[in-house]
Design a protein around this ligand. Structure first.
Ligand SMILES: [Zn+2]
Length: 516
Protein backbone atom coordinates (compact mmCIF):
# COMPACT_ATOMS: atom_id res chain seq x y z
CA UNK A 1 0.00 0.00 0.00
CA UNK A 2 1.42 3.37 -0.96
CA UNK A 3 1.08 6.42 1.20
CA UNK A 4 -1.42 7.98 -1.19
CA UNK A 5 -3.50 4.86 -1.48
CA UNK A 6 -6.09 5.09 1.24
CA UNK A 7 -9.83 5.40 1.44
CA UNK A 8 -10.69 9.03 1.98
CA UNK A 9 -13.48 9.46 4.51
CA UNK A 10 -15.95 12.18 3.56
CA UNK A 11 -18.26 12.98 6.42
CA UNK A 12 -21.64 14.47 5.58
CA UNK A 13 -23.22 14.30 9.03
CA UNK A 14 -23.61 18.08 8.96
CA UNK A 15 -25.27 18.16 5.52
CA UNK A 16 -27.00 14.94 4.47
CA UNK A 17 -27.28 13.84 8.09
CA UNK A 18 -28.65 17.11 9.34
CA UNK A 19 -31.25 17.10 6.54
CA UNK A 20 -32.98 14.09 8.08
CA UNK A 21 -36.07 14.67 10.20
CA UNK A 22 -35.30 15.41 13.81
CA UNK A 23 -31.55 15.87 13.35
CA UNK A 24 -31.63 19.67 13.40
CA UNK A 25 -28.45 21.25 14.72
CA UNK A 26 -27.69 24.91 15.31
CA UNK A 27 -24.43 26.62 14.38
CA UNK A 28 -22.78 26.08 17.74
CA UNK A 29 -23.65 22.40 17.70
CA UNK A 30 -22.28 21.98 14.20
CA UNK A 31 -18.99 23.54 15.23
CA UNK A 32 -18.71 21.17 18.19
CA UNK A 33 -19.40 18.18 15.92
CA UNK A 34 -16.93 19.43 13.29
CA UNK A 35 -14.16 19.75 15.88
CA UNK A 36 -14.83 16.19 16.99
CA UNK A 37 -14.82 15.00 13.35
CA UNK A 38 -11.38 16.52 12.94
CA UNK A 39 -10.22 14.66 16.02
CA UNK A 40 -11.73 11.50 14.55
CA UNK A 41 -9.50 11.97 11.51
CA UNK A 42 -12.01 12.38 8.69
CA UNK A 43 -10.47 13.76 5.49
CA UNK A 44 -13.39 15.84 4.24
CA UNK A 45 -16.24 17.57 6.04
CA UNK A 46 -19.31 18.56 4.06
CA UNK A 47 -20.50 21.33 6.34
CA UNK A 48 -23.78 22.27 4.69
CA UNK A 49 -25.54 23.68 1.66
CA UNK A 50 -24.56 27.35 1.83
CA UNK A 51 -27.22 28.79 -0.49
CA UNK A 52 -30.12 26.99 1.18
CA UNK A 53 -30.43 29.42 4.10
CA UNK A 54 -28.45 32.11 5.90
CA UNK A 55 -28.20 29.64 8.79
CA UNK A 56 -26.59 27.03 6.59
CA UNK A 57 -24.22 29.60 5.14
CA UNK A 58 -23.19 30.70 8.59
CA UNK A 59 -22.67 27.09 9.72
CA UNK A 60 -20.39 26.29 6.79
CA UNK A 61 -18.40 29.47 7.38
CA UNK A 62 -18.01 28.76 11.09
CA UNK A 63 -17.00 25.14 10.52
CA UNK A 64 -14.53 26.26 7.84
CA UNK A 65 -12.80 28.41 10.43
CA UNK A 66 -13.03 25.90 13.26
CA UNK A 67 -11.03 23.06 11.71
CA UNK A 68 -7.68 23.00 9.95
CA UNK A 69 -6.92 19.44 8.87
CA UNK A 70 -9.98 18.32 6.89
CA UNK A 71 -11.06 19.80 3.56
CA UNK A 72 -14.29 21.75 4.18
CA UNK A 73 -16.94 21.74 1.47
CA UNK A 74 -20.29 23.27 0.81
CA UNK A 75 -22.80 21.54 -1.43
CA UNK A 76 -23.89 23.50 -4.51
CA UNK A 77 -26.14 23.10 -7.51
CA UNK A 78 -24.80 24.16 -10.92
CA UNK A 79 -26.35 27.64 -10.56
CA UNK A 80 -24.17 30.71 -10.26
CA UNK A 81 -25.82 31.94 -7.04
CA UNK A 82 -25.22 28.53 -5.44
CA UNK A 83 -21.57 28.41 -6.44
CA UNK A 84 -20.92 31.96 -5.30
CA UNK A 85 -22.51 31.31 -1.91
CA UNK A 86 -20.62 28.03 -1.54
CA UNK A 87 -17.29 29.65 -2.40
CA UNK A 88 -17.84 32.54 0.00
CA UNK A 89 -18.86 30.17 2.79
CA UNK A 90 -15.56 28.26 2.67
CA UNK A 91 -13.34 31.31 2.23
CA UNK A 92 -12.04 31.01 5.80
CA UNK A 93 -11.07 27.35 5.43
CA UNK A 94 -7.47 26.27 5.42
CA UNK A 95 -8.41 23.63 2.85
CA UNK A 96 -11.53 24.84 1.04
CA UNK A 97 -13.50 22.98 -1.59
CA UNK A 98 -16.83 22.82 -3.32
CA UNK A 99 -19.19 19.95 -4.06
CA UNK A 100 -21.25 20.51 -7.20
CA UNK A 101 -24.07 18.18 -8.13
CA UNK A 102 -26.64 17.66 -10.87
CA UNK A 103 -28.88 14.69 -11.58
CA UNK A 104 -28.07 12.37 -14.50
CA UNK A 105 -30.87 9.81 -14.58
CA UNK A 106 -33.50 10.21 -17.28
CA UNK A 107 -36.17 10.13 -14.62
CA UNK A 108 -34.66 13.15 -12.84
CA UNK A 109 -33.88 14.94 -16.12
CA UNK A 110 -37.41 14.61 -17.42
CA UNK A 111 -39.43 14.92 -14.25
CA UNK A 112 -37.40 17.20 -12.03
CA UNK A 113 -34.94 19.27 -14.03
CA UNK A 114 -36.86 19.42 -17.36
CA UNK A 115 -33.48 19.44 -19.09
CA UNK A 116 -32.02 17.47 -21.98
CA UNK A 117 -28.92 15.34 -21.52
CA UNK A 118 -26.80 17.87 -23.38
CA UNK A 119 -28.15 20.72 -21.24
CA UNK A 120 -27.12 18.83 -18.10
CA UNK A 121 -23.59 18.33 -19.44
CA UNK A 122 -23.38 22.01 -20.37
CA UNK A 123 -24.60 23.10 -16.94
CA UNK A 124 -22.14 20.82 -15.16
CA UNK A 125 -19.20 21.96 -17.31
CA UNK A 126 -20.07 25.62 -16.89
CA UNK A 127 -20.31 25.19 -13.11
CA UNK A 128 -16.97 23.40 -12.80
CA UNK A 129 -15.20 25.94 -15.01
CA UNK A 130 -16.68 28.81 -13.05
CA UNK A 131 -15.76 27.32 -9.66
CA UNK A 132 -12.29 26.25 -10.79
CA UNK A 133 -11.31 29.90 -11.21
CA UNK A 134 -11.67 30.33 -7.45
CA UNK A 135 -10.98 26.99 -5.80
CA UNK A 136 -8.94 23.96 -6.71
CA UNK A 137 -10.69 21.18 -4.85
CA UNK A 138 -13.87 20.35 -6.73
CA UNK A 139 -16.01 17.30 -6.23
CA UNK A 140 -18.69 16.52 -8.76
CA UNK A 141 -21.73 14.33 -8.06
CA UNK A 142 -23.99 12.75 -10.65
CA UNK A 143 -27.16 12.57 -8.58
CA UNK A 144 -29.08 9.29 -8.98
CA UNK A 145 -26.03 7.79 -10.74
CA UNK A 146 -27.02 4.23 -9.89
CA UNK A 147 -30.16 4.68 -12.02
CA UNK A 148 -28.44 6.61 -14.83
CA UNK A 149 -27.44 5.16 -18.17
CA UNK A 150 -23.82 3.99 -18.00
CA UNK A 151 -22.72 5.45 -21.36
CA UNK A 152 -24.19 8.81 -20.44
CA UNK A 153 -22.34 8.75 -17.11
CA UNK A 154 -19.06 8.19 -18.97
CA UNK A 155 -19.76 11.25 -21.05
CA UNK A 156 -20.71 13.48 -18.07
CA UNK A 157 -17.80 12.35 -15.90
CA UNK A 158 -15.31 12.64 -18.80
CA UNK A 159 -16.37 16.23 -19.42
CA UNK A 160 -16.22 17.35 -15.78
CA UNK A 161 -12.80 15.76 -15.33
CA UNK A 162 -11.61 17.78 -18.33
CA UNK A 163 -12.93 20.95 -16.64
CA UNK A 164 -11.06 20.25 -13.42
CA UNK A 165 -13.18 18.10 -11.07
CA UNK A 166 -10.80 16.08 -8.89
CA UNK A 167 -13.24 13.80 -7.08
CA UNK A 168 -16.07 12.04 -8.90
CA UNK A 169 -18.95 10.95 -6.75
CA UNK A 170 -21.33 8.18 -7.76
CA UNK A 171 -24.37 8.41 -5.51
CA UNK A 172 -26.93 5.72 -4.96
CA UNK A 173 -29.34 8.51 -4.08
CA UNK A 174 -32.36 6.29 -3.59
CA UNK A 175 -30.69 3.30 -1.91
CA UNK A 176 -31.59 1.10 -4.87
CA UNK A 177 -28.28 -0.53 -5.76
CA UNK A 178 -27.03 -3.98 -4.74
CA UNK A 179 -23.33 -4.62 -4.02
CA UNK A 180 -22.30 -6.68 -7.09
CA UNK A 181 -23.97 -4.26 -9.45
CA UNK A 182 -22.70 -1.13 -7.69
CA UNK A 183 -19.14 -2.48 -7.55
CA UNK A 184 -19.27 -3.34 -11.26
CA UNK A 185 -20.42 0.19 -12.04
CA UNK A 186 -17.26 1.60 -10.42
CA UNK A 187 -15.03 -0.81 -12.31
CA UNK A 188 -16.70 0.19 -15.57
CA UNK A 189 -16.53 3.95 -14.86
CA UNK A 190 -12.91 3.92 -13.71
CA UNK A 191 -11.78 1.87 -16.69
CA UNK A 192 -13.76 3.69 -19.35
CA UNK A 193 -14.12 7.35 -18.36
CA UNK A 194 -11.58 9.53 -20.20
CA UNK A 195 -9.15 10.65 -17.47
CA UNK A 196 -10.88 8.34 -14.99
CA UNK A 197 -7.66 6.83 -13.68
CA UNK A 198 -6.29 10.19 -12.53
CA UNK A 199 -9.15 11.18 -10.24
CA UNK A 200 -10.57 9.96 -6.97
CA UNK A 201 -13.83 7.99 -7.21
CA UNK A 202 -16.33 8.24 -4.43
CA UNK A 203 -19.38 6.28 -3.24
CA UNK A 204 -22.39 7.94 -1.62
CA UNK A 205 -24.95 5.37 -0.55
CA UNK A 206 -28.33 5.47 1.10
CA UNK A 207 -29.62 2.72 3.29
CA UNK A 208 -33.19 2.21 2.08
CA UNK A 209 -32.64 -1.51 1.63
CA UNK A 210 -30.02 -1.83 4.35
CA UNK A 211 -27.17 -2.11 1.86
CA UNK A 212 -25.42 1.26 2.13
CA UNK A 213 -22.37 -0.12 3.93
CA UNK A 214 -22.15 -3.21 1.69
CA UNK A 215 -22.49 -1.07 -1.44
CA UNK A 216 -19.78 1.35 -0.27
CA UNK A 217 -17.42 -1.53 0.45
CA UNK A 218 -18.16 -3.09 -2.96
CA UNK A 219 -17.22 0.27 -4.51
CA UNK A 220 -13.92 0.27 -2.60
CA UNK A 221 -13.10 -3.25 -3.78
CA UNK A 222 -13.62 -1.97 -7.31
CA UNK A 223 -11.40 1.07 -7.07
CA UNK A 224 -13.38 3.75 -5.19
CA UNK A 225 -11.11 5.71 -2.85
CA UNK A 226 -13.65 7.83 -1.02
CA UNK A 227 -16.67 6.88 1.02
CA UNK A 228 -19.29 9.44 1.93
CA UNK A 229 -20.85 8.63 5.25
CA UNK A 230 -22.35 9.95 8.45
CA UNK A 231 -21.91 9.28 12.14
CA UNK A 232 -24.48 6.74 13.36
CA UNK A 233 -25.64 6.48 9.74
CA UNK A 234 -28.07 9.40 10.11
CA UNK A 235 -29.42 10.87 6.88
CA UNK A 236 -32.37 11.21 4.55
CA UNK A 237 -35.00 8.48 5.01
CA UNK A 238 -33.28 5.27 6.18
CA UNK A 239 -29.99 7.15 6.41
CA UNK A 240 -26.53 7.10 4.84
CA UNK A 241 -23.61 4.72 5.02
CA UNK A 242 -22.59 4.69 8.65
CA UNK A 243 -19.04 5.86 9.21
CA UNK A 244 -18.29 3.61 12.15
CA UNK A 245 -19.43 0.49 10.26
CA UNK A 246 -17.45 1.03 7.04
CA UNK A 247 -14.35 2.14 8.89
CA UNK A 248 -14.39 -0.84 11.25
CA UNK A 249 -15.14 -3.24 8.39
CA UNK A 250 -12.09 -1.95 6.50
CA UNK A 251 -9.98 -2.18 9.63
CA UNK A 252 -11.22 -5.52 10.92
CA UNK A 253 -11.07 -7.19 7.49
CA UNK A 254 -7.78 -5.69 6.37
CA UNK A 255 -7.05 -9.13 4.91
CA UNK A 256 -9.86 -8.58 2.40
CA UNK A 257 -9.64 -4.85 1.70
CA UNK A 258 -5.88 -4.37 2.00
CA UNK A 259 -6.31 -0.65 2.47
CA UNK A 260 -6.65 1.82 5.31
CA UNK A 261 -8.41 5.03 6.31
CA UNK A 262 -7.08 7.96 8.34
CA UNK A 263 -9.76 7.51 10.98
CA UNK A 264 -8.59 7.19 14.58
CA UNK A 265 -10.93 4.40 15.56
CA UNK A 266 -10.65 5.13 19.30
CA UNK A 267 -12.55 8.35 18.64
CA UNK A 268 -15.52 6.54 17.10
CA UNK A 269 -17.51 5.94 20.26
CA UNK A 270 -17.04 9.45 21.70
CA UNK A 271 -18.11 10.93 18.34
CA UNK A 272 -21.15 8.71 18.09
CA UNK A 273 -22.17 9.56 21.63
CA UNK A 274 -21.65 13.27 21.06
CA UNK A 275 -23.84 13.33 17.96
CA UNK A 276 -26.55 11.38 19.71
CA UNK A 277 -26.46 13.83 22.56
CA UNK A 278 -26.52 16.90 20.36
CA UNK A 279 -29.39 15.73 18.15
CA UNK A 280 -31.25 13.77 20.80
CA UNK A 281 -31.47 10.85 18.36
CA UNK A 282 -30.69 7.74 20.32
CA UNK A 283 -28.62 4.88 18.95
CA UNK A 284 -30.44 1.53 18.57
CA UNK A 285 -29.02 -0.89 21.13
CA UNK A 286 -28.16 -3.48 18.48
CA UNK A 287 -26.48 -0.97 16.14
CA UNK A 288 -23.15 -2.40 14.92
CA UNK A 289 -20.01 -0.95 16.53
CA UNK A 290 -21.66 1.76 18.66
CA UNK A 291 -24.89 0.21 19.95
CA UNK A 292 -25.11 -0.56 23.63
CA UNK A 293 -25.17 -4.29 22.96
CA UNK A 294 -22.49 -4.31 20.26
CA UNK A 295 -19.92 -5.72 22.67
CA UNK A 296 -22.22 -7.33 25.23
CA UNK A 297 -21.94 -11.09 25.34
CA UNK A 298 -24.80 -12.11 27.56
CA UNK A 299 -26.03 -15.31 25.97
CA UNK A 300 -24.70 -18.05 28.26
CA UNK A 301 -22.74 -20.04 25.71
CA UNK A 302 -21.11 -16.94 24.23
CA UNK A 303 -20.30 -15.55 27.64
CA UNK A 304 -18.57 -18.75 28.59
CA UNK A 305 -16.43 -18.58 25.46
CA UNK A 306 -15.59 -14.91 25.92
CA UNK A 307 -14.51 -15.48 29.50
CA UNK A 308 -12.14 -18.24 28.38
CA UNK A 309 -10.78 -16.29 25.44
CA UNK A 310 -12.23 -13.02 24.16
CA UNK A 311 -11.43 -13.93 20.59
CA UNK A 312 -13.94 -16.78 20.58
CA UNK A 313 -16.77 -14.39 19.82
CA UNK A 314 -15.19 -10.95 19.66
CA UNK A 315 -13.92 -9.77 16.27
CA UNK A 316 -13.16 -6.22 17.46
CA UNK A 317 -11.99 -5.01 20.83
CA UNK A 318 -14.25 -2.48 22.54
CA UNK A 319 -11.22 -0.31 23.32
CA UNK A 320 -10.48 -0.06 19.57
CA UNK A 321 -13.63 1.99 19.09
CA UNK A 322 -13.06 4.00 22.24
CA UNK A 323 -15.27 2.11 24.63
CA UNK A 324 -13.33 1.89 27.85
CA UNK A 325 -13.74 -1.31 29.81
CA UNK A 326 -12.93 0.66 32.92
CA UNK A 327 -16.09 2.72 32.91
CA UNK A 328 -16.59 3.43 36.59
CA UNK A 329 -14.45 6.43 37.16
CA UNK A 330 -15.16 9.21 39.54
CA UNK A 331 -17.11 9.89 42.72
CA UNK A 332 -17.92 12.52 45.26
CA UNK A 333 -14.39 12.70 46.59
CA UNK A 334 -12.65 12.99 43.25
CA UNK A 335 -10.74 16.19 42.98
CA UNK A 336 -10.34 18.70 40.23
CA UNK A 337 -7.14 17.09 39.04
CA UNK A 338 -8.70 13.64 38.66
CA UNK A 339 -11.63 15.23 36.85
CA UNK A 340 -9.41 17.07 34.36
CA UNK A 341 -7.24 13.98 33.89
CA UNK A 342 -10.27 11.84 33.03
CA UNK A 343 -11.58 14.43 30.57
CA UNK A 344 -8.19 14.43 28.88
CA UNK A 345 -8.27 10.62 28.63
CA UNK A 346 -11.70 10.89 27.01
CA UNK A 347 -10.14 13.03 24.31
CA UNK A 348 -11.78 16.26 25.42
CA UNK A 349 -10.00 19.47 24.58
CA UNK A 350 -9.63 21.14 27.96
CA UNK A 351 -9.11 24.55 26.41
CA UNK A 352 -12.55 24.35 24.85
CA UNK A 353 -14.20 23.71 28.22
CA UNK A 354 -15.04 26.19 30.94
CA UNK A 355 -13.36 24.10 33.66
CA UNK A 356 -14.79 26.02 36.60
CA UNK A 357 -18.33 25.54 35.40
CA UNK A 358 -17.79 21.93 34.34
CA UNK A 359 -16.20 20.99 37.66
CA UNK A 360 -19.00 22.66 39.57
CA UNK A 361 -21.55 20.64 37.63
CA UNK A 362 -19.57 17.49 38.21
CA UNK A 363 -19.56 18.10 41.96
CA UNK A 364 -23.30 18.68 41.97
CA UNK A 365 -23.83 15.47 40.06
CA UNK A 366 -21.47 13.50 42.30
CA UNK A 367 -23.56 14.65 45.26
CA UNK A 368 -26.69 13.27 43.63
CA UNK A 369 -25.31 9.92 42.55
CA UNK A 370 -22.61 7.64 43.86
CA UNK A 371 -20.66 6.92 40.71
CA UNK A 372 -19.98 9.24 37.83
CA UNK A 373 -19.32 7.43 34.54
CA UNK A 374 -17.55 8.52 31.37
CA UNK A 375 -20.91 9.07 29.69
CA UNK A 376 -21.95 11.41 32.52
CA UNK A 377 -18.77 13.41 32.07
CA UNK A 378 -19.32 13.69 28.33
CA UNK A 379 -22.89 14.85 29.01
CA UNK A 380 -21.64 17.57 31.35
CA UNK A 381 -19.00 18.82 28.98
CA UNK A 382 -21.06 18.82 25.79
CA UNK A 383 -24.08 20.39 27.37
CA UNK A 384 -21.79 23.23 28.30
CA UNK A 385 -20.10 23.49 24.90
CA UNK A 386 -23.32 23.71 22.91
CA UNK A 387 -24.99 26.22 25.14
CA UNK A 388 -26.52 29.19 23.33
CA UNK A 389 -27.21 32.59 24.88
CA UNK A 390 -30.05 31.93 27.30
CA UNK A 391 -33.19 34.01 27.48
CA UNK A 392 -34.84 31.62 29.90
CA UNK A 393 -33.40 30.05 32.99
CA UNK A 394 -35.19 27.57 35.20
CA UNK A 395 -34.82 28.56 38.83
CA UNK A 396 -37.48 26.55 40.65
CA UNK A 397 -39.73 23.62 39.96
CA UNK A 398 -42.35 21.90 42.08
CA UNK A 399 -44.56 19.23 40.57
CA UNK A 400 -47.04 17.10 42.46
CA UNK A 401 -49.03 14.13 41.33
CA UNK A 402 -50.95 11.28 42.87
CA UNK A 403 -53.41 8.66 41.72
CA UNK A 404 -56.17 10.83 43.23
CA UNK A 405 -55.29 14.31 42.01
CA UNK A 406 -54.63 16.18 38.80
CA UNK A 407 -50.88 16.76 38.26
CA UNK A 408 -49.95 20.28 39.27
CA UNK A 409 -46.78 22.28 38.59
CA UNK A 410 -45.29 25.49 39.94
CA UNK A 411 -42.40 26.94 37.96
CA UNK A 412 -40.13 29.90 38.50
CA UNK A 413 -38.39 31.00 35.35
CA UNK A 414 -36.00 33.86 34.78
CA UNK A 415 -36.92 35.65 31.57
CA UNK A 416 -34.15 38.05 30.48
CA UNK A 417 -32.99 38.00 34.09
CA UNK A 418 -36.39 38.79 35.62
CA UNK A 419 -37.94 36.04 37.68
CA UNK A 420 -41.53 35.05 36.96
CA UNK A 421 -43.69 32.43 38.59
CA UNK A 422 -46.76 30.59 37.34
CA UNK A 423 -48.62 27.41 38.08
CA UNK A 424 -51.01 25.11 36.30
CA UNK A 425 -52.07 21.56 35.60
CA UNK A 426 -51.71 18.92 32.91
CA UNK A 427 -52.37 15.31 31.91
CA UNK A 428 -49.20 14.19 33.59
CA UNK A 429 -46.33 15.72 35.51
CA UNK A 430 -44.30 16.53 32.42
CA UNK A 431 -47.34 17.94 30.64
CA UNK A 432 -48.19 20.13 33.65
CA UNK A 433 -44.67 21.41 33.83
CA UNK A 434 -44.49 22.13 30.08
CA UNK A 435 -47.85 23.91 30.17
CA UNK A 436 -46.64 26.26 32.88
CA UNK A 437 -43.36 26.97 31.09
CA UNK A 438 -45.34 27.79 27.93
CA UNK A 439 -47.58 30.09 29.93
CA UNK A 440 -44.55 32.05 31.19
CA UNK A 441 -42.68 32.24 27.88
CA UNK A 442 -45.76 32.79 25.72
CA UNK A 443 -44.51 30.12 23.30
CA UNK A 444 -46.61 27.02 22.72
CA UNK A 445 -44.62 24.85 20.36
CA UNK A 446 -45.68 21.51 18.95
CA UNK A 447 -43.74 18.84 20.81
CA UNK A 448 -42.55 16.54 18.01
CA UNK A 449 -40.35 14.25 20.00
CA UNK A 450 -39.89 13.53 23.67
CA UNK A 451 -37.58 10.78 24.83
CA UNK A 452 -36.14 9.78 28.19
CA UNK A 453 -33.24 7.52 28.73
CA UNK A 454 -30.93 6.57 31.54
CA UNK A 455 -27.38 7.50 30.59
CA UNK A 456 -25.87 4.99 32.93
CA UNK A 457 -27.21 2.07 34.97
CA UNK A 458 -28.80 2.10 38.44
CA UNK A 459 -31.84 3.85 39.88
CA UNK A 460 -29.69 6.88 40.67
CA UNK A 461 -28.72 7.12 36.99
CA UNK A 462 -28.57 10.43 35.28
CA UNK A 463 -31.75 10.62 33.22
CA UNK A 464 -31.34 12.29 29.89
CA UNK A 465 -34.36 13.86 28.26
CA UNK A 466 -34.35 15.06 24.73
CA UNK A 467 -37.16 16.88 22.99
CA UNK A 468 -37.80 18.39 19.61
CA UNK A 469 -40.10 21.37 19.34
CA UNK A 470 -41.56 23.10 16.30
CA UNK A 471 -43.03 26.59 15.98
CA UNK A 472 -44.17 27.55 12.48
CA UNK A 473 -41.59 25.32 10.83
CA UNK A 474 -38.63 26.42 12.95
CA UNK A 475 -37.42 23.45 14.96
CA UNK A 476 -35.09 23.15 17.91
CA UNK A 477 -33.92 20.25 20.02
CA UNK A 478 -33.36 20.44 23.73
CA UNK A 479 -31.43 18.25 26.11
CA UNK A 480 -31.53 18.04 29.84
CA UNK A 481 -29.79 15.71 32.23
CA UNK A 482 -30.68 15.23 35.87
CA UNK A 483 -31.15 12.38 38.31
CA UNK A 484 -34.82 13.42 38.51
CA UNK A 485 -36.49 12.91 35.14
CA UNK A 486 -39.16 15.59 35.66
CA UNK A 487 -36.39 18.07 36.32
CA UNK A 488 -34.49 16.74 33.27
CA UNK A 489 -37.67 17.16 31.22
CA UNK A 490 -38.07 20.77 32.29
CA UNK A 491 -34.39 21.51 31.58
CA UNK A 492 -34.69 19.95 28.11
CA UNK A 493 -37.77 22.02 27.32
CA UNK A 494 -36.18 25.26 28.50
CA UNK A 495 -33.02 24.39 26.54
CA UNK A 496 -35.10 23.85 23.38
CA UNK A 497 -36.92 27.17 23.90
CA UNK A 498 -33.61 28.97 24.31
CA UNK A 499 -32.33 27.44 21.09
CA UNK A 500 -35.55 28.28 19.32
CA UNK A 501 -35.28 31.94 20.35
CA UNK A 502 -31.67 31.90 19.22
CA UNK A 503 -32.53 30.48 15.80
CA UNK A 504 -35.59 32.64 15.32
CA UNK A 505 -33.62 35.75 16.09
CA UNK A 506 -30.98 34.95 13.53
CA UNK A 507 -32.23 32.93 10.62
CA UNK A 508 -35.22 32.29 8.45
CA UNK A 509 -35.11 28.89 6.76
CA UNK A 510 -35.30 28.63 2.98
CA UNK A 511 -35.96 25.24 1.49
CA UNK A 512 -34.20 24.18 -1.70
CA UNK A 513 -33.32 20.96 -3.51
CA UNK A 514 -32.17 18.05 -1.37
CA UNK A 515 -28.92 16.99 -2.99
CA UNK A 516 -27.42 13.57 -3.74
ZN1 LIG B 1 -27.44 11.62 0.15
Amino acid sequence: MTQTDFVQIFDTTLRDGEQSPGATMNVEEKVVIARQLEKLGVDVIEAGFAVSSPGDFDSVARVAQAVSQPIVLSLSRTKQADIEAALRSVEGAKRPGIHIFIATSDLHLQRKLMMSRQEVIDAACWAIEFAKKHVDYIEFSAEDASRSEREYLLQVFGEVIRRGAVTLNVPDTTGYAVPEEFGALFKYLIENTPGGRDVRWSAHCHNDLGMAVANSLAAVRNGARQIECTINGIGERAGNTSLEEVVMAIKTRADVFGIDTHVISEQIYPTSRLLSQVTGLSIPINKPVVGENAFAHEAGIHQDGVLKDKKTYEIMRPEDVGLSSNRLVLGKHSGRHAFAERLKQLGIDLYAVDMNKAFERFKKLADLKKSVYDEDLLAIVTEDAIRVPERYELSYLNVTSSSMAVPHATVKLKVDGVERMENGTGDGMVDACYNVISKITGISPRLERYAVKAITGGTDALGEVSCLINVDGVTATGQGAHTDIIMASALAYVNALNKLEYSRGRFKPVVVDEGP
